[in-house]
Design a protein. Structure first.
Length: 91
């Protein structure tokens, strides 16, 4: 078994039937914004199966805070990333 060093935070983006319509675009936008902010080692973007929150599509979950966010749009990404870096600075 080999231990893999991972980022401190993970943003899981739902890939369910409804969220999946938006997830590819969101993933690309998050990855680009994270790279631009120089946070590739701190924040990782991953896919997750259906979260059963279809009414709030697209949905993402930020770990380790266990923060769930719905109705996410590309314009929300800078605020979400900024909040995550603020949380890191408080710890």
């Amino acid at each position: 078994m080999k231990k893999i060093e991972g980022a401190e935070k993970v943003i899981f983006i739902c890939e369910g039937k409804k969220c999946g319509r938006y997830s590819k675009e969101l993933r690309k936008a998050f990855k680009s914004a994270i790279k631009e902010a120089g946070l590739k080692k701190e924040i990782f973007v991953a896919r997750m199966g259906c979260s059963d929150n279809c009414k709030c599509a697209p949905v993402l979950c930020i770990q380790p805070e266990n923060e769930w966010v719905g109705e996410v749009k590309s314009k929300d990404i800078p605020d979400i990333i900024s909040k995550q870096t603020e949380n890191n600075n408080k710890q």
